[in-house]
Write a protein that binds this ligand. Structure first.
Ligand code: PEP
Length: 257
């Protein structure tokens, strides 16, 4: 099987206006060589209002960075005030979109059916979904976190063809580790990422399981990235807080050095 290309994505959440976004993209590109950006796929995930500026900065300087959006509407177009469609994102050259980030699940009541509809909307517009899954603290303490995460993954992928599942990125983000400074241990991350891969392999075939990229997310920083990336089933990371600082995010991308 072809080795999985590592993927580091920075979720800016509701931070940085479009001018600050351009500055961060430029600093990031100056901190990383084209070779480093080829070895590790590096994705920035800014707010919607920054996307056009980020596109211009990346295209204008031919930077080897890609960008994604934080959310996508399940609808094609029409009377959905405040929503952003897949077609709009695709027109802006967006490569990835987060689907089912825990903050969307928690604060905007996104359930697995809605997340699945968003995953499908992404594919309909040739955007690769980063399907986010992860357990809360209660589930972790009950010890049912593995089943919780594999169920969320399969529910998010329902109705997709194996060729589509192959392309997807799954982000395992234990909710108790997001923005809390508490990182799962590398073994915790490996346990769940391995189980997600096995569940995908069982349903869609071994080749699909081997191809799909799985990220860990939750208080990742330069100081803990190497031990996380050393895990065989962790192919990358989804980074929140530490993605807002160019030097720190660049050090995460250079985790091998
Ligand atoms: C996230 O929101 O995807 C995340 C992992 O946040 P943080 O790195 O800040 O914990």
């Amino acid at each position: 099987p072809t080795p999985r290309r590592p993927i580091v994505a920075g979720n800016w959440k509701m931070n940085l206006n479009h001018l600050e976004a351009i500055l961060l993209v430029q600093k990031l590109a100056a901190s990383l060589t084209p070779q480093q950006l080829t070895d590790v796929e590096t994705v920035v995930v800014p707010p919607f209002t920054d996307l056009r500026s980020v596109q211009t900065a990346i295209d204008g300087d031919k930077l080897h960075l890609v960008y994604g959006a934080q959310d996508i509407s399940q609808y094609k177009s029409g009377a959905y005030t405040g929503e952003i469609s897949g077609a709009m994102l695709s027109k802006l050259g967006v490569s990835y979109v987060l689907a089912g980030h825990s903050e969307r699940r928690e604060y905007h009541d996104e359930d697995d059916a809605l997340v699945n509809a968003k995953v499908k909307a992404a594919f309909a517009n040739e955007i690769t979904p980063i399907l986010c899954v992860g357990e809360g603290l209660v589930t972790r303490e009950e010890g049912t976190h593995v089943a919780h995460c594999t169920n969320q993954t399969l529910a998010g992928l329902a109705g997709l063809k194996p060729e589509q599942v192959k392309q997807i990125v799954v982000a395992y983000e234990p909710v108790w580790a997001i923005g809390t400074g508490k990182t799962a241990t590398p073994d915790d991350a490996q346990e769940v990422c391995k189980a997600i891969r096995a569940a995908i392999a069982e349903k869609y075939g071994t080749d699909v399981g081997e191809a799909v990229r799985i990220q860990y997310g939750g208080s990742v920083k330069a100081a803990n990235i190497a031990s996380i990336m050393a895990q065989p089933d962790v192919d990358g990371v989804l980074v929140g807080g530490a993605s807002l600082e160019a030097g720190e995010f660049a050090s995460i991308v250079r985790y091998r050095e």
